[in-house]
Design a protein around this ligand. Structure first.
Ligand SMILES: [Zn+2]
Ligand SMILES: [Zn+2]
Length: 101
């Protein structure tokens, strides 16, 4: 009886083309960091970036920040771009000041 050496049935781990962490990092870099910046809305009144809520003229789509839109409304001014009435609710913030009219 010749002893037959048992071959291991386990398959050898195949060396895949594995990426090293460095390579992976490199790939991720390649996808450019497309930082989708929020569209920068510029208020046409104070000519600056709008922080917070915006008001868009329903007639001409001119963009205001809400503060400017409200102050225009309170001054009785209209849309600077098209002259459309500013359709914004100013009652809640400034109800007190309106009795002078
Ligand atoms: Zn307008
Ligand atoms: Zn503004």
């Amino acid at each position: 009886m010749t002893p037959i050496p048992k071959k291991k049935a386990e398959p050898e781990p195949i060396t895949k083309e594995e990426l090293t962490p460095e390579e992976i990092a490199e790939l991720e870099k390649t996808e450019k960091e497309i930082a989708i910046e929020k569209e920068k809305f510029m208020c046409i009144v104070h000519r600056g970036k709008i922080v917070g809520n915006i008001y868009v003229c329903p007639n001409c789509q001119a963009i205001y920040c809400q503060n400017c839109a409200k102050s225009l409304k309170q001054k009785g001014e209209s849309c600077w771009s098209c002259g459309n009435e500013i359709e914004i609710d100013v009652s809640e913030s400034d109800a007190k000041n309106n009795d002078a009219m």
